[in-house]
Design a protein around this ligand. Sequence first.
Ligand SMILES: Cc1cc2nc3c(=O)[nH]c(=O)nc-3n(C[C@H](O)[C@H](O)[C@H](O)COP(=O)(O)O)c2cc1C
Length: 333
Amino acid sequence: MSVRELDTTTVTALVEDAVAAPSMHNAQPWRFRFLRGDSTFQVYSDLERAMPRADPTTRGLHLGCAAALFNLRVAAAHAGWAPDTELLPDPADPRLLAVVRLSSPALPGNGLAEDLAPLYPAIRRRRTSRHPFSDEAIPPAIKDALSAAALLEGARLAFPDIWHVHTLLDLVHDAEGRDAMDAAASEELRHWTRVDTGAAETAGDGVPAYAFGPRKRHGRAPVRDFAGRRPVPGRETAAFENAPQLAILGTVDDRPRDWLLAGQAMERVLLEATLDGLATSLTSQALEWPELRWTVRDPRSAMGFIQMVLRLGYGPAGPGTPRRPVHEVLDIE
Ligand SMILES: Cc1cc2nc3c(=O)[nH]c(=O)nc-3n(C[C@H](O)[C@H](O)[C@H](O)COP(=O)(O)O)c2cc1C
């Protein structure tokens, strides 16, 4: 593909692809600045969209921003560029999460850009699916490819044994109970969910009721119920998987840089999985309680810090959720 000129239309289109990324409660905690003179994007966190109760360290916020950064790299590669990314380039400004320079075109043999561009069609197809998945097993070759995808971004993805899956499910269940008893957690969830039909149709952020999926009748799949105790007119109930296919994504360390590696790895895995025909959802509830997060890890594994739990399988795609208009998150200078 030949390189597209970095005019306003192209820059805007690249950011539109970036913001299709998943983010905690669809808060979209990112901002972008494009510096024309340097052909460089700056990716910033937007701390006004942080979640002090569920995400006091902003770890989850970093994961979402890094997923958007990964989409930006994919979109740039698809447009013919070889994106050159630097994480946390300014120690004096931790809000500046990354810069992405688009100064050179992707050339044949430039493996990095070639690896990224094929993921492009999955950016708009990837959606969180809070529906039941079938019992069809994911072939080992696909699991291996997903683990390799995580490794490319500097994180590890493992598919836990059944005993570990049951431990994970117990921990998520424990976290759900704690969340329900925690007034601040419930308030935060209410703030970021749109239950009224009007709000669900017009809000540019948050999780709309039409994306909640059915209420769980039985089954043990770890799917967060964004409705809480609130009734949602017309919402159905369904039986979910008893033995969900889970993957854990982790890093060796737990600093902002590791969170940025993990978020990019998460998005690479989600996009690869989407191309493989898998439906996906994310589960961070057990990771939001420090004492539970520690026990999510497999003690026999070298994976030091768990950053995300993914549910993968064959099932209905989730609906598209809203995004804020690009002009609200992009400055061009
Ligand atoms: C750090 C992080 C944590 C998340 N935690 C959960 C979760 O616990 N349960 C859930 O259903 N979705 C979770 N999500 C998915 C978001 O809710 C979802 O990405 C957002 O609502 C936008 O929808 P989309 O993924 O369909 O684009 C998480 C996403 C991120 C990045």
